[in-house]
Design a binder for this molecule. Structure first.
Ligand code: SF4
Length: 329
């Protein structure tokens, strides 16, 4: 067997996959043979969600990565998520089907610029959203996710000033919920910034009884029309338990697959983006495909490699988050 070479620019194993192969069977076989687990984010394509051992949001995925006894973690998500898995499980092999699966929020907060920013606020504690690089995590005091950001901020003493990075929309939402004045880093998610307030209002007029469910990475002008604002897990749970039969969903549309599986009798309408494109699909998340996932598991490449000194520094604020969010299921 020839050993494939991973081109770091391409970022994935670029070889043809026999179309006659049943990829579900092949991936299941490889998982068993290699003692591997597939962790997938809700924003992955449906085929990946269907083969995953666990699907979740960032908090749930981080917890699973810390707990698993599998030897290999295939992380079907983006780079910062695979990094978080490696930070929490350094002895495991962590694979990412496409190493170029990045994130606009993580890219918007380079560690060197963030270190300089921090210097202007020496008395501030730094709470960083998990959507940032390991190097930026290493500069933070506490990590948070959209599931626990408000809960964590509420635990910080009133007289302790806070820097919140890198998502200014989530930061503004937490400020509104808690009344805390925080210094915000100016970063956004390209997907959640794309929703059109005008089109959302028109959709609400057509479906007046449909609750609007939104992710806090959306802009304030969109969030003010929402009946529920929460993480992807929170959105799923809300739709499951609410009596309405129709919902308008304002987040990456990959979540609709789980919502529909969860509540097949209900109707989920994706909120429209500004332009007529598919901008509510994350282009980074969508770099992963079922074929790349199969090749990555077969060849155990690309592997997430991390500098040990950075990993140790980044672990502390993640452990702090885990400790401060024990009450969150
Ligand atoms: S949806 Fe936004 S925050 Fe999530 S990975 Fe994509 S760019 Fe990053």
């Amino acid at each position: 067997m020839t050993i494939p070479v991973l081109d770091p620019i391409i970022g994935y194993i670029d070889e043809p996959v026999d179309p006659a192969l049943d990829l579900y069977e092949e991936i299941e076989r490889l998982k068993r043979e290699k003692n591997a687990v597939i962790l997938a984010h809700y924003y992955q394509e449906s085929a990946i969600q269907d083969i995953a051992d666990y699907i979740g949001d960032s908090l749930g995925l981080a917890r699973r990565a810390a707990e698993t006894d599998a030897e290999i973690i295939v992380f079907a998500g983006v780079h910062f998520m695979a990094e978080t898995a490696k930070i929490l499980s350094p002895s495991k092999t962590v694979l990412l089907p496409d190493l170029n699966a990045g994130c606009s929020l993580a890219d918007a907060c380079p560690a060197d610029a963030f270190a300089a920013f921090k210097e202007a606020y020496p008395d501030h504690i730094v709470i960083s959203y998990i959507n940032c690089s390991a190097e930026t995590k290493a500069l933070s005091d506490i990590i948070c996710t959209s599931s626990n950001a408000e809960h964590i901020v509420r635990q910080i003493p009133e007289d302790q000033p806070i820097i919140f990075a890198p998502d200014k929309n989530l930061g503004r939402f937490v400020i509104k919920q808690t009344g805390r004045d925080m210094v915000l880093w100016d970063g956004v998610c390209i997907v959640h910034e794309t929703f059109s307030e005008q089109k959302l209002v028109r959709l609400k007029t057509r479906y007046p009884d449909a609750p609007v469910l939104a992710h806090p990475e959306c802009e304030e002008k969109v969030l003010r029309h929402a009946d529920y604002v929460g993480s992807t897990s929170g959105i799923l749970a809300f739709a499951r338990s609410h009596s309405s039969d129709t919902f308008i969903v304002t987040t990456e549309e990959g979540i609709l697959h789980q919502m529909q599986k969860d509540s097949p009798e209900k109707t989920f309408i994706p909120a429209p983006p500004e332009s007529g494109c598919s901008c509510n699909q994350c282009p980074h998340m969508r770099l992963n495909t079922i074929e790349k996932l199969y090749l990555c598991l077969e060849h155990e490449l690309p592997e997430l490699i991390m500098d040990e000194a950075v990993r140790i520094k980044a672990l502390k604020p993640i452990e702090k988050m885990m400790e401060m969010s024990l009450a969150i299921v």
